[in-house]
Design a protein around this ligand. Structure first.
Ligand code: T3D
Length: 263
């Protein structure tokens, strides 16, 4: 498939997806969703990729749904937004969450509406200091989607989630990091080097182990302690047979850096 609204590059175990409609602040269209689905399905099918980066081209990360075809004249039937969520946003959130490798999101500028929540669906979110997060949905009479009502209260607590969702205020990257919404905020000039270093680190990490960590932590949001202890036991049993575990222990005992293969 030829991509026109995203860029998709892979090298040295790192896949990079760049949302690429900068003149519209990388807002989502049906075509962009289709291209994202195709790229993510390829990664989910396996291969050499050990970490994924999601970022945006230009001055914005993503302004959510492209609203240019959403205007409804009086008497016209509106677009079925439920169908749009079902076909586009739901699969995108689940594809990112379920990918068996770490997903890093570099928020290079404003992240609004579904753009903000797609960032939150990623595993590690790093934002440039000039970036911001806006739950813009309330400004147009909608509910936070793309997992917003799930992620927000879990990441920042009920009071802050409610304020962000009901008021739609711009949250600076710095405050997002202070509130625990994201992993880190860095100076704009340091975003690329910080993210590249992280990608290099993750591309050399024990990928199967990281995928298991991701699975266990996400499962914990709805589980009891007993259920988590079961999951940890089961994952540890599998990982204890992995090549990377053997290599990790051998490297420790031989006092040398490990050479993980991801398996
Ligand atoms: O519909 C469904 O399928 C259901 C799912 C919905 C999910 C959603 O995401 S709903 C929420 C949609 N998003 C928004 O409501 C955000 C709209 N955008 C903004 O509020 C502002 O653009 C920002 C706060 C994000 C950034 O403001 P600013 O001042 O930095 O930039 P700007 O001038 O507003 O935008 C630059 C250009 O991008 C501008 O075009 P122009 O004037 O240069 O020709 C603007 O119209 C365009 N743009 C920005 N966001 C969108 C957009 N065009 C279409 N759709 C957008 N969402």
């Amino acid at each position: 498939m030829n991509y026109e609204q995203i860029r998709f590059e892979t090298a040295d175990g790192v896949a990079r997806i760049t949302l690429n409609r900068p003149d519209r602040l990388n807002s989502f269209t049906a075509q962009m969703h289709q291209e994202l689905r195709d790229a993510l399905a390829g990664l989910a099918a396996g291969g050499d990729t050990r970490v994924l980066l999601l970022t945006g081209e230009g001055r914005g990360f993503c302004a959510g749904q492209d609203l240019s075809d959403r205007a409804v004249a009086p008497g016209e039937t509106p677009i079925d937004l439920g169908a749009s969520i079902e076909q586009n946003y739901r699969p995108l959130v689940l594809a990112l969450r379920n990918l068996p490798l770490p997903v890093v999101c570099a928020v290079n500028g404003v992240a609004a509406g579904a753009g903000a929540n797609i960032a939150l669906a990623c595993d590690i979110v790093i934002a440039a200091r000039s970036a911001s997060f806006i739950q813009a949905f309330c400004r147009i009479g909608l509910v936070p989607d793309s997992g917003g009502t799930f992620f927000l209260p879990r990441l920042v607590g009920g009071a802050r989630a409610m304020g962000l969702a009901l008021l739609g205020d711009k949250l600076s990257a710095e405050d997002a990091a202070k509130w625990g919404l994201i992993w880190k905020c860095v100076d704009d000039t340091e975003l690329t080097t910080t993210v590249d270093a992280l990608l290099t680190q993750l591309a050399q990490a024990p990928t199967a182990g990281l995928a298991a960590i991701k699975r266990a932590l996400y499962a914990s949001t709805d589980n009891t302690l007993e259920q988590q202890l079961d999951i940890e036991r089961d994952l540890q049993r599998v990982l204890g047979n992995s090549a990377d575990y053997r290599e990790g222990v051998a490297a420790f005992l031989e006092k040398r850096p490990p050479r993980f293969t991801g398996r």
